[in-house]
Ligand binder design. Sequence first.
Ligand code: NAD
Length: 273
Amino acid sequence: MPPITDIGPILKGQRALVTGASSGIGADVAKELAKAGAAVAVNYAGNPAGAEAVVAEITARGGTAFSIRADVSQEADVKAMFAKVVETFGTLDILVNNAGLQKDAPFHELSIEDWNRVIGVNLTGQFLCAREAVNEFLRRGPQPELSAALGKIICISSVHDVIPWAGHANYAASKGGVMMLMKTMAQELAGKKIRVNSVSPGAIRTPINRAAWETPEAEAELLKLIPYYRVGDPPDIGRAVVWLASDAADYVTGTTLYVDGGMTLYPEFREGG
Ligand code: NAD
């Protein structure tokens, strides 16, 4: 049997913002949220055409979406983006902190610029967006007819929040930071009925890791790390996000859902170690 791809309209009437949604995982998270009935703000930093294509696909299916530019590492951009989302949708129910990038280098050659940029987007960007979202949830107040929670934040992290990654110290540090940011927000905000969780993807076929799956040789090497023996696709992540954002996951907060085909299961030990 193929995987279930239609979860049904479990987010009907809710409003979502997905950062970095003009490509890859973010684009499919936006589409899956829209399929589940949410109106979606599609954030982009430098690729308006990609964001417009996502909006067009959602609206062609009868959904609601608009695109909005902001560099998530810039406080003024983030504040302006949230003001626009609230002006357009009235409020926000779901934030998906997805924007991220890699700037890889051997550790001893890693520049301060590449360190700061990756931390700035992957970690500070998640903080800036989450803070604005929480303030909007608190301002708006409960809407029990739409959701049991006051608001939901989903942080797109990575298996590299627990797997160290040579040559990617800035990236692994940013994702490790996302895990503690997520858990601390979840602990602090649970009493206000705000749920905060992470989805940590394994190897998903997107532009960020093209070199790892583009040739059959590269893909064969990658598959050695994946017990379930397939490279993931962005909708695998989108469906996990939809579930975490929905009331089906109402008792879930402060946790990380690894959507990785078993990559975090120490695959080298498959044959007994
Ligand atoms: P991607 O490069 O297609 O997506 C990243 C998106 O973030 C792009 O649309 C990019 O424009 C956007 N972005 C970058 N800097 C930004 C900024 N300053 N402000 C706003 N947007 C910005 O790659 P992806 O794989 O779809 O990555 C999405 C998320 O998933 C990232 O956080 C990444 O770390 C994470 N992730 C991906 C994989 C994978 O295998 N593809 C695995 C683990 C985690």
